[in-house]
Design a protein around this ligand. Structure first.
Ligand code: FAD
Length: 640
C-alpha cells in the first residue's frame, strides 16, 4: 500500500534548522571513530569531499570509483562555475534571496529546509576551496570575480575560467589523497559497484567488480554512502561522459531505496547540436556564455543564409523578446523549451536545422575581443576544435541536450535513503533542486553535501553503531548478493545475440528523448512505456557481449548499465505520466498556460514522488512526501 513519507526536518525557524540540527546531533568520540568503517562509492565532488572529511574526522573509509583515477570522476567536466552567497558584488544578494531563487527556479517542487541549507552552507565553500588552492578568477584588485547564471538577477557564480569542476575536484582530490597517504582512506579505483548488501535491514556493504581483472569482490562497512553522480546518459546523447550510469542507485533501489522524481531531467539549452547519426556524446558549451552571448534565430523559416549575412531586423532574439527581465539568462528549462519551439517552427539553423545561434558580436563590440577571450577563451577554443568555426567571427550554434538528473534516490534531511545506513549525496540524490536546477548549483550541492552535511548526519547515525563489530563479509547476505551479481553477468555473456548494448542504449535514448524529454504527453508516454517493454524483452533475448566475466570486458560493463537503464526508463515514463501537471523541466503538453508556460497544479501535486520497487519493473508503487511550504507561498513562476 502507498505510504506518506516524512523527511525528518528539524522544527523551528528556517534559518535555525541546520544550526539546531548540528547542535543536537549525536557525536562519536575519537577513540570510537577509528573502529568504524564507511564505504563511499564515487569520487566526484560529493564522494571525494565526503570521504576526505570523514577520514579527517578519524573514520576508516573505503573509496570506490570506476575510473582509473578518482580525479576522472565526471565533476571534472563542469565548466561554468559554482554559486555561493558572498554578496561580493553588493548587488543585493543574501542567503534568503539565494534560497528563493533556487526554490523558484525549481518551480516550488523542492523542500524548503534543504534548499535553505544549501544557500546557507554556500558561503563557506568558497573560503574552503580558496584555501585548497582552487584558482578562482580574480579582479585586477585581487577580489574574486563573479558572473551570473540563469534564473537570477545577481552575480553569485564563482569560476575558474571554463574549468571550475576540474579545479574544485583537484582540491577535493588533494584532500582525498592526503588521507589515502595516512592510511585512513583505502582507494579502490577501477571498481564498479554491482550490488548493495543489507544485513538485518541495514546497508552493510557492497559487491564490486574489479574492472581490470573481472574479479568480483565483497566489501563490508558500518554504512554505505552513494555519491555516484547523475544518470542523464540514459538519453544516450547527452552532455555526460559515456561511463555515467544509474546502476549503483538503481540496484540500491531494488534493495529498498525509493527513487524520487525520476523523470525530472534537465535538458541544457547550450550544448553543441547533434551533427550526424554516429555521435555518442554531445559537448556542453557552458551556460556562462549566456552572460554575454545573445541567442537568436532568423525570423524567416528555413533561412539558408550564413548568420553574418542576416541583418538585425531579420533576427528574432526570442528570449529577450519573451522574457525582457531575464532575457538570455532565463532558466534552463525555459530557455531549452523556447529553443525547441523555434526549431519545431522551422527556424532551426545548421545542417540538420536543429540549432539556434549564440552570438558574441555585440559583446565583442562593447568590451573588445580580449575581454571576451579572457572570460571564455577555452570554450571558444574548444568550440573551434570541434566545429572548425571561429566563434569570435561567427555565432556559435547551440541546441538543447540532456544534462542533469534532478531525480535520484529519495533522501531525508540527513541525506539518508529509505534504507537505514544508506546515504546518497551529490547528483545521485533528488534533493534541493526541485523540478529544475539553476546553473552552478550542482557543484555547490555536491560539495556542500560532502564537506558540510554528511559529516554531521553520518556521525549522528554512527553514534548508534559504536558497539557493532566489523561487518562479516562471509555473512549469507554477501554470499547471496555475490551469487546474484555473478549470475546476471553470466547471463549477459551467455545470451550470444546479435545486438550490442550500445545499440540498445541508442534506441532507448531516442525513445526517451522523443517521449519523455523536453515535452511529454499522455499518449506519448503510454506509447514509450510499451516500446521500452518490448525493447527490454529484446535485450534479454538478443544481447551480444563478447568475452568473459572474469576478465577485462568493457562490453559487459555497458550491458549491466544498459540493463538498468531499461528498467529505470520505464519508471521515468510512469513518473511523468503520474504527474498531471507541468512543473520546471517536466512539461506536459496538456498542462500549459495560454502563452505556453508550465502550468503547475499545487492543489494535487505539491509532493515528491518516491517510487518503491515491487519486484516487477512495470509495477512500481508510488509513495508521496508532501511538500509543506511553511515560509514561502508558491507563486506562478515568471521571468518576464
Ligand atoms: C559537461 C557538464 C558541465 C557541467 N557544468 C557545471 C557547472 O558549471 N556548474 C555546476 O554547478 N554543475 C555543472 N555540471 C553538473 C555537475 O558537474 C555535476 O552535477 C556534479 O559534478 C556531480 O558530482 P557528483 O560528485 O555527484 O558525481 P560525479 O562527479 O559524476 O561522480 C560520480 C562518481 O561515482 C562513481 N561511480 C558511478 N557509478 C559507480 C559504480 N556503479 N561503481 C563505482 N563507482 C561509481 C564514478 O566513478 C565517479 O567517481 C555540469 C555537468 C556536465 C555534464
Amino acid at each position: 500500500m502507498a505510504k506518506t513519507i516524512k523527511a525528518n526536518i528539524p522544527a523551528g525557524e528556517l534559518n535555525q534548522k541546520w544550526a539546531s540540527y548540528k547542535a543536537q546531533a549525536k557525536l562519536v568520540s575519537p577513540n570510537n571513530r577509528k573502529k568504524l568503517e564507511v564505504i563511499v562509492v564515487g569520487t566526484g565532488l560529493a564522494g571525494a569531499s565526503a570521504a576526505a572529511s570523514l577520514a579527517e574526522m578519524g573514520y576508516n573509509v573505503k573509496s570506490f570509483c570506476f575510473q582509473d583515477s578518482p580525479r576522472r570522476a565526471h565533476s571534472v567536466a563542469a565548466q561554468g562555475g559554482v554559486n555561493a552567497m558572498k554578496n561580493y558584488q553588493n548587488d543585493g544578494d543574501s542567503i534568503y534571496r539565494m534560497f528563493i531563487d533556487t526554490l523558484k527556479g525549481g518551480d516550488f517542487r523542492s523542500r524548503e529546509a534543504n534548499t535553505y541549507r544549501l544557500a546557507e552552507c554556500s558561503a563557506s565553500l568558497i573560503d574552503q576551496a580558496v584555501a585548497q588552492g582552487v584558482p578562482f578568477g580574480r579582479e585586477y584588485s585581487g577580489y574574486l570575480k563573479n558572473r551570473s547564471f540563469g534564473g537570477v538577477q545577481v552575480s553569485r557564480t564563482f569560476y575558474a575560467r571554463g574549468q571550475t569542476g576540474q579545479q574544485l575536484l583537484l582540491g577535493a582530490y588533494q584532500a582525498l589523497m592526503r588521507q589515502t597517504e595516512t592510511g585512513k582512506i583505502k582507494l579502490y579505483s577501477r571498481h564498479e559497484m554491482l550490488d548493495l548488501v543489507l544485513i538485518d535491514g541495514k546497508a552493510k556493504g557492497i559487491i564490486a567488480r574489479h574492472l581490470d581483472t573481472g574479479k568480483i569482490e565483497r566489501h563490508g562497512a558500518h554504512l554505505v554512502v552513494l555519491a555516484t553522480g547523475g544518470f542523464g546518459k540514459i538519453y544516450y546523447l547527452s552532455t555526460l561522459a559515456m561511463g555515467c550510469n544509474a546502476s549503483a542507485i538503481w540496484r540500491a533501489h531494488k534493495k529498498g531505496a525509493y527513487m524520487a522524481n525520476p523523470s525530472w531531467t534537465q535538458i541544457h539549452p547550450t550544448s553543441l547540436p547533434q551533427s550526424g547519426p554516429y555521435q555518442s556524446k554531445l559537448t556542453l558549451m557552458s551556460e556562462s556564455l549566456r552572460n554575454d552571448g545573445r541567442i537568436w534565430v532568423p525570423k524567416a523559416k528555413n533561412d539558408q543564409r550564413s548568420p553574418n549575412q542576416i541583418p538585425e531586423n531579420e533576427r528574432d532574439y526570442y528570449l529577450e523578446r519573451k522574457y525582457p527581465s531575464f532575457g538570455n539568462l532565463a532558466p534552463r528549462d525555459i530557455a531549452s523549451r523556447s529553443a525547441k519551439e523555434q526549431i519545431d517552427a522551422g527556424k532551426g539553423v545548421g545542417t540538420l536545422q536543429n540549432a539556434v545561434y549564440l552570438d558574441f558580436a555585440h559583446a565583442i563590440a562593447e568590451y573588445g575581443k580580449d575581454v571576451i577571450e579572457q572570460r571564455y577563451g577555452n570554450l571558444f577554443t574548444m568550440y573551434q576544435k570541434i566545429t572548425g568555426i571561429n566563434a569570435y567571427e561567427e555565432p556559435m550554434k547551440i541546441s538543447p541536450s540532456a544534462h542533469f538528473s534532478m531525480g535520484g534516490l529519495w533522501v531525508d534531511y540527513d541525506l539518508m535513503t529509505t534504507i537505514p545506513g544508506l546515504f546518497a549525496i551529490g547528483e545521485s540524490n533528488f534533493s534541493d533542486h526541485g523540478a529544475n536546477r539553476l546553473g552552478a548549483n550542482s557543484l555547490l550541492q555536491a560539495c556542500v553535501d560532502g564537506y558540510y552535511i554528511a559529516p554531521y548526519t553520518i556521525q549522528n547515525y554512527l553514534a548508534d553503531e559504536i558497539n557493532t563489530p566489523k561487518t562479516n563479509i562471509n555473512h549469507p547476505a554477501f554470499e547471496e548478493a555475490e551469487l546474484n551479481a555473478r549470475q546476471q553477468l553470466q547471463q549477459f555473456v551467455n545470451c550470444k545475440g546479435s545486438k550490442t548494448a550500445e545499440e540498445f542504449h541508442k534506441e532507448l535514448g531516442k525513445i526517451l528523448y522523443d517521449k519523455c524529454g523536453l515535452s511529454r504527453s499522455e499518449s506519448g508516454l503510454k506509447q514509450a512505456i510499451n516500446t521500452i517493454q518490448q525493447l527490454r524483452d529484446e535485450f534479454n533475448e538478443n544481447l551480444l557481449v563478447p568475452g568473459d566475466v572474469e576478465d577485462i570486458n568493457s562490453e559487459l560493463e555497458k550491458a549491466g548499465r544498459v540493463y538498468d537503464y531499461m528498467e529505470l526508463a520505464e519508471l521515468m515514463c510512469k513518473d511523468a505520466l503520474s504527474r498531471d501537471e507541468s512543473c520546471g523541466a517536466h512539461f506536459r503538453e496538456e498542462y500549459q498556460t495560454e502563452d505556453g508556460e508550465a502550468l503547475r497544479n499545487d492543489q494535487d501535486y505539491a509532493y515528491t514522488s518516491a517510487w518503491e520497487w515491487t519486484g516487477n519493473p512495470s509495477e512500481p508503487l508510488l509513495n508521496k512526501e508532501e511538500l509543506v511550504f511553511e515560509f514561502v507561498k508558491p507563486i506562478q513562476r515568471s521571468y518576464k
